[in-house]
Write a protein that binds this ligand. Structure first.
Ligand code: AMP
Length: 456
């Protein structure tokens, strides 16, 4: 999961990176960091915590220079070390380097074991350390050539922002699994970010997506230089549209909110229900529920209130805390629900925890019938390309049919969007990464290979 940003060619680079990371806080809340380069030195601040907690004026002032890269990190199964924060900084033969990575390398342990065999030392479990080591160990005498050497040794999903003391390099894997876009700042500088919502906040103009397989090199006084490192074979991640990205972001030319509306409409076609009312699971199911209500021709109501001061349910690692947190977070408007048959729509179902709690909550509030609708296909396989979706055993659809899950969560019925319905909603114009639904590990790895939060 995670977010990256790179800002180049403007005096307030770190400040803009800070705003961009704030806009992309939803992509990771565990830790955040920014490194800046002033031509002579790289400066780095990274800590556990949210962007607004970690950065204040004093810290941002330390981050001098006209180039900055930054990172928000998603939770990693209970690890709580600042060492896991990014960017990762190192000194090596050619000077100083800093790297921010969004994605997940499927050959992480092969590469790591090989490096360790040859004497490398590691401080964390992060695959980003592999990247730094591979660059440092390359025998080439230019950083760009070293980065290319490194790219030939890594597999899986990656969007990278790499900074030296004077240049910035940005790379996207040939499948373009995770999003990455290029924007232009008003004063002529550039910004690269995981999501376009970052551009809106800093007033940057969207230029284009970074192409799958492309490297962009930013150098003082020059326009960004583009080089195709790998032949492009786009497989944008469907889960970005379903759940992860912010609704106002535009990924591969498509506004995320509109895609969610379409998924909801398609869901209404595929699994209608006899209902009086459609409610979303706030906030994740709002757009899809609106689409479902439109498709069904039934009123849409915000019948469940969300307490915004509780973090996402997934952040806590243990099952007991997860259950409690759903109750802390959501509460029904009883008057609206009593005696009604309702459809409750969420964007996805992972372990079934949220659905089970919500169905019980709605029944306790007096709902006559509760029909659960999920605007995504059944998640049966762990994503190995940067979405943290637990192990197969934890995924309820891995071992249970929709009917069994309906019984488990106590719903009167349960309906999922079909895989065909999903790709149709997204516009059948791309080979989407559907790995969580179809188990097609096209970019390497498999259900047992390391995920983003795997700790050996
Ligand atoms: P669960 O309660 O385990 O079935 O999880 C479903 C809820 O988690 C839904 O409300 C989703 O919006 C949300 N969700 C889905 N995928 C993820 C993910 N990878 N990380 C965090 N939350 C997720």
């Amino acid at each position: 999961m995670c977010a990256i940003v790179g800002v180049f060619g403007t005096e307030n680079a770190a400040q803009l990176a800070y705003y961009a990371l704030f806009a992309m806080q939803h992509r990771g809340q565990e830790s955040t960091g920014i490194s800046s380069a002033d031509g002579k030195k790289i400066h780095l601040v990274k800590r556990r915590g949210l962007v607004t907690d970690v950065f204040h004026e004093g810290r941002l002032k330390l981050l001098k220079g006209s180039c900055a890269i930054g990172h928000n990190r998603y939770s990693t199964a209970g690890k709580d070390s600042v060492l896991d924060a990014q960017p990762v900084f190192a000194k090596y033969k050619l000077g100083e380097i800093s790297v921010a990575h969004n994605g997940n390398l499927t050959n992480k342990y092969e590469v790591r074991d090989d490096l360790i065999e040859k004497g490398a030392i590691f401080q964390t479990e992060m695959d980003t350390e592999n990247i730094v080591h591979l660059i440092a160990k390359s025998q080439k005498n230019k950083l760009k050539a070293r980065i290319k050497d490194m790219l030939n040794k890594i597999e899986g999903a990656y969007c990278l922002a790499i900074q030296s003391r004077s240049k910035m390099f940005v790379v996207r894997d040939r499948f373009g699994i995770r999003p990455l876009s290029l924007g232009k700042l008003k004063n002529g500088g550039y910004i690269v970010a995981s999501e376009t919502c970052a551009f809106d906040l800093v007033g940057a103009e969207f230029v284009r997506d970074v192409e799958p397989g492309e490297m962009l090199v930013f150098e003082k006084g020059k326009e960004p230089q583009s080089e195709m490192i790998f032949e492009s074979d786009p497989h944008p991640c469907a889960f970005e549209y379903i759940y992860f990205a912010r609704p106002d972001s535009i990924i591969a030319g498509k506004t995320v909110y509109n895609m969610r509306l379409q998924m909801g409409k398609q869901l209404a076609k595929e699994t209608p229900a006899k209902i009086d009312l459609v409610l979303p699971v706030p906030d994740s199911g709002v757009a899809a529920a609106k689409g479902y209500a439109d498709g069904m021709g039934v009123p849409f109501e915000m019948g469940i209130v969300r307490n915004h001061y509780v973090g996402r349910t997934f952040i806590e690692p243990t099952q007991e805390i997860r259950d409690l947190k759903v109750k802390l977070k959501l509460s029904p408007i009883k008057d609206m629900i009593k005696g009604k048959s309702v459809a409750i729509v969420d964007d996805s179902l992972v372990r079934g925890t949220t659905s089970k709690q919500i169905v019980r909550m709605l029944k306790d509030a007096g709902a006559k019938e509760v029909h659960m609708r999920i605007a995504a296909p059944e998640i049966k396989y762990p994503c190995r390309y940067g979405i943290d979706t637990a192990t197969s055993q934890e995924l309820i659809s891995f071992s249970k049919t929709p009917e069994e899950i309906a019984e488990y969560i106590g719903a009167d019925s349960l309906g999922f969007l079909s895989i065909e319905g999903l790709t149709k909603s997204l516009g059948d114009d791309s080979n989407y990464s559907l790995v969580s639904f179809d188990g097609n590990y096209f970019a390497g790895g498999n259900a047992d290979s390391p995920g983003c939060s795997t700790i050996r």
